[in-house]
Design a protein around this ligand. Structure first.
Ligand SMILES: Nc1ncnc2c1ncn2[C@@H]1O[C@H](COP(=O)(O)OP(=O)(O)OP(=O)(O)O)[C@@H](O)[C@H]1O
Length: 359
């Protein structure tokens, strides 16, 4: 058995009046690690549950490999799902929990033991096989839940926020384990999260969702460097991208604190300039601002500025000595500026050519 791709075609899911997923088109390649990322209520869990067969689409088509699965029962889809809550059987040992899906399939005992040993070695659970779930830490329980999903070698793994109950250190560790596991198994992973760090570090591609709609589907680097619209620009990145509304005439963006010339196709009257905090350089350049808040984080300092009446966040070196009320000059990295149409919110194909201070 090998990995299978997953295709959603115009998939819509309504719960009465509420439309959770609005005409989703998404094609996941065999063996790909794809994260569904978005704020609470954006429809990511509903999307995953439809793929698992736990919800039925109101309309549209879902395929796993070359098979339409709309009417296929969950158990017949050749998938395995790992939930946020581990849902281990409390009265069974770790070994019995992992073996359970194989037992249900009718696999012989000796063969089950071989498979459990293989998975236990992979997830470093050998020493824990005889324990009950309550005798395990959260991270160990999560590994057992993964083991129970992995033991069947399904074509597609579905993971619904599997790390959200773990503490920060264990989450970082499990992220690394999942990356490794995906590489070793070569199977398709569909991973639901609202944690952009998880999506950015593990995924081949990220499907960013908002309000039941797909806002961008691209590799992490591209989602960060070329957000397709203002929603993605504001959702990805911590602190988020600065967005400054302004007028736009003859390719010139104008805001009380910033003027920038662009070469651009199309000419909307109102645009939003986007700039990431790391691309705002304090202490040099043509623009002026006032320091509002200074937040040292240890390895850097986050500085919140007032630039011509707009909030503007910058990343500064840890040793920067700035105080609220200071007047500072700043520059923007021209090659890192983003421009969006204020009305449609879509990214404009634009390149900054010169930057200057407003008169
Ligand atoms: N069984 C249901 N009945 C009615 N509405 C539902 C049902 N399940 C989900 N919804 C609604 O559909 C929308 C999408 O929900 P979904 O759980 O897919 O979002 P999500 O992005 O996974 O959010 P979260 O991160 O909070 O889990 C929400 O507005 C939710 O209230």
């Amino acid at each position: 058995m090998s990995a299978a791709g997953v295709t959603f075609t115009r998939v819509r899911k309504a719960f009465g009046e509420a439309v959770a997923v609005k005409g989703l088109d998404l094609a996941i390649r065999p063996g790909e690690f794809v994260s569904l990322l978005g704020p609470s209520g954006c429809g990511k869990t509903t999307t995953l549950r439809m793929l698992a067969g736990l919800e039925f689409p109101t309309s549209g088509e879902i395929m796993i490999g070359d098979r339409v699965v709309n009417d296929v029962a969950p158990g017949k889809r050749d998938i395995a799902m790992v939930f946020q809550s581990y849902a281990l059987y409390p009265h069974m040992t770790v070994g019995e929990n992992i073996a359970y899906p194989l037992k249900k399939q009718g696999m012989a005992k000796a063969e089950r033991a071989t498979q459990v040993a293989r998975i236990a070695a992979m997830l470093k659970l050998e020493a824990l096989l005889d324990r009950k779930p309550r005798q395990l830490s959260g991270g160990q329980q999560q590994r057992v839940a993964l083991g129970r999903a992995l033991v069947r070698s399904p074509k597609v793994f579905l993971l619904d926020e599997p790390l959200s109950n773990l503490d920060a250190k264990l989450r970082a560790h499990m992220r690394a384990e999942l990356i490794e596991l995906h590489r070793t198994l070569g199977r398709t992973f569909v991973y639901v999260t609202h944690d952009q760090l998880e999506a950015m570090t593990m995924s081949d591609r990220i499907a960013v969702m908002e309000g039941g709609e797909l806002r961008q589907f691209a590799p992490p680097r591209e989602v960060y460097d070329r957000p397709a619209n203002l929603f993605v620009a504001g959702f990805i990145g911590t602190p988020p991208m600065n967005t400054l509304p302004g007028g736009f005439t003859d390719g010139t963006f104008s805001h009380p604190a910033i003027t920038a010339r662009f070469t651009v196709t199309g000419a909307p009257a109102r645009v939003v300039l986007g700039v990431r905090p790391e691309d705002v350089l304090i202490g040099q350049g043509p623009h002026r601002a006032t320091v509002r808040v200074v937040e040292p984080t240890g390895h850097e300092t986050i500085v919140m500025l007032d630039a011509g009446g707009s909030p503007l966040t910058a990343r500064a070196p840890a040793e920067a000595s700035l105080n609220p009320g200071d007047a500072v000059s700043f520059a923007l990295r021209a090659e890192k500026l983003h421009l969006f149409d204020a009305e449609s919110q879509a990214r404009l194909d634009a390149r900054a050519v010169t930057l200057g201070e407003s008169e």
